[in-house]
Each structure stands twice: as structure tokens, then as C-alpha cells.
Design a protein around this ligand. Structure first.
Ligand code: HPA
Length: 284
């Protein structure tokens, strides 16, 4: 075997380790356009959540294609724009749409919004998503405030050479979701629960859902956990809000589809909108 081939086969490369330069390029681009923005909050909207901020006053918006290395969202129901908005006299950055690990471009585009928020001085981030309900009381249309998560993504965005800018080498995970923020979401009608993330893009099998229930999962989805891990490591306060859009595989009668997820989110929109507005009003 040639030395080159041997090197290629046996050099251990950390899978998808995040390159900080890639993240910083994006921050510079947003700062060049909005040098004076001082958002108090960041919100990252998941599948079907786009219209939940329709009551916010939009000051300006940027398409993801204008933010280097963020790229186009490939998931349905993700608008792919960053809006600089105002609600209740508070300045907010809202990422309308997220990137997912299953889109195949690694961790950087997935966690990039969190890095941008951190560099703009944001201390609190609200992460939203759509999920499948596992717990009996979490049927389609329910809102779940994330109390904790189970990472079944098959990897971790912090894997790779340690970068002090990303926090500790071994970040504590005992309270990723800030309890006081969760209480605010509960006041807005969400019940607390544990979210389990798989990498997708397949929905789960019924056997996987039985296993996940036994592990303590209340809802399942394909996102949010990377951003929560990264935001927690960066010292941000994190809230997670899930719209349960279907019974998880094997628990309902229907086959699952991305279109149905978006449709159910549309039906639950008044509650989703009210929860986000309550959150922005109540959290300092
Ligand atoms: N599984 C995974 N992700 C999801 C689901 C589901 O049942 N529903 C919405 N997103």
C-alpha cells in the first residue's frame, strides 16, 4: 500500500469538526449589514414555525444566501431568512428556518445561527421545532417545553480539537434548558418533556419509538439538540419549544410525511404564536 493511500485511510479526522473561520465569516457579513443591531433575544424557528412571528415588526431581513456558509435550507416549511424584528419594544433576531445534520453539510451550518447570536451579544435563545409525540398526553397540536434531551444524532457538534472559544472541553449538561425559561413556556400552555433527536432524514420505526419511550423520551425529532449543546457551551440561556405534529411512528394510524407535519403546525399556529409572544414579553 502506498504511503499516500495509507495516510488517507488511517488519518483519523474528527467527523465534521467545526471550523471557526467559517462561523466568523458569517458573523462579519451580518455585522457589515446591521452594524448597530442589539438584539435582546434570538429565536430559531423550526419546521412549520415561520408564521409564529407574524405579529413582530420586521425592521430588515437577510436571506440565508447572503450569509456566507449558512446555505439554503433544504427542509419544507423553512423560509431561510434572518429577520431583525421588534416585538413589545424588544429587538429580536429571528432565524426563520434551520439547517439540519441530515442535509449532509456537517455541523457548521447547523450551529451557525447560535454563533451569530452570541457574537451579537444575545444571552437568551429560544429554539423551536416540530416533533412526533411519544407520551400519551402529547398528541398532535400539543406544545412541549423541552426539559432535557437525549442525543441520538450519532455525533456531537463540539467533537474535534478543543476550541476554547466554544467553551469548556467537557461542558456540563445537567441543565441545558434554563428552568426559569421553561416555566415561562409552561405559563403559555406548554407541558414539559424530554426531546430525543435522531439524525433523520427517515422517520423512526415503531420499534425505535418503543425503545425511545423506554429510554425516557416524550417526543422525537431531527433537530434542536446540536444548537442547544452549542448554545449551552457558549454560556447562553436556552429554551426549547416543540410543536408536536403527529403521533410518533406506530402510535397513530397514519403513515408519516413532512407535508402532514407542516399542515398540523399550521393548525396549531395560533397557540404557537401566542407562546412565542408570551415568551418575548415575559423574558427580560
Ligand atoms: N419524528 C421525527 N421528526 C419529526 C416527527 C417525527 O415523528 N414529527 C415531526 N418531526
Amino acid at each position: 500500500m502506498s504511503l499516500m493511500l495509507r495516510r488517507r485511510l488511517f488519518t483519523i479526522k474528527p467527523m465534521h469538526a467545526i471550523n471557526q473561520t467559517v462561523l466568523d465569516e458569517a458573523v462579519s457579513a451580518v455585522k457589515a449589514v446591521w452594524p448597530n443591531a442589539k438584539p435582546a433575544f434570538g429565536i430559531i424557528l423550526g419546521s412549520g414555525w415561520r408564521d409564529a412571528v407574524s405579529g413582530f415588526a420586521v425592521k430588515a431581513s437577510l436571506s440565508y444566501s447572503e450569509i456566507p456558509n449558512l446555505g439554503k435550507t433544504g427542509a419544507p416549511g423553512h423560509a431561510g431568512q434572518l429577520i431583525h424584528a421588534e416585538f413589545n419594544d424588544k429587538e429580536v433576531f429571528v432565524f426563520q428556518g434551520r439547517r439540519h445534520l441530515y442535509e449532509g453539510e456537517g455541523w457548521a451550518p447547523v450551529v451557525l445561527p447560535v454563533w451569530i447570536l452570541k457574537q451579537f451579544g444575545v444571552q437568551t435563545v429560544l429554539l423551536t421545532n416540530a416533533s412526533g409525540g411519544i407520551r400519551e398526553d402529547l398528541g398532535p397540536g400539543s406544545l412541549m417545553a423541552m426539559s432535557d434531551h437525549i442525543n441520538m444524532l450519532g455525533g456531537n457538534p463540539l467533537a474535534g480539537p478543543h476550541k476554547p472559544a466554544f467553551g469548556d472541553r467537557f461542558p456540563d449538561q445537567s441543565s441545558v434548558y434554563t428552568p426559569a425559561l421553561r416555566s415561562v413556556l409552561e405559563d403559555a400552555g406548554a407541558s414539559s418533556g424530554v426531546y430525543l433527536a435522531t439524525s433523520g432524514p427517515t422517520f423512526e420505526t415503531p420499534a425505535e419509538i418503543r425503545a425511545f419511550r423506554a429510554l425516557g423520551a416524550d417526543a422525537v425529532g431531527m433537530s434542536t439538540v446540536p444548537e442547544a449543546i452549542f448554545a449551552n457551551a457558549l454560556g447562553l440561556q436556552v429554551a426549547g419549544l416543540s410543536c408536536v405534529c403527529n403521533w410518533a411512528a406506530g402510535l397513530g394510524h397514519e403513515t408519516l410525511s413532512g407535508e402532514d407535519v407542516i399542515r398540523t403546525a399550521g393548525e396549531a399556529m395560533p397557540r404557537m404564536r401566542a407562546a412565542i409572544e408570551h415568551f418575548v414579553k415575559e423574558v427580560q
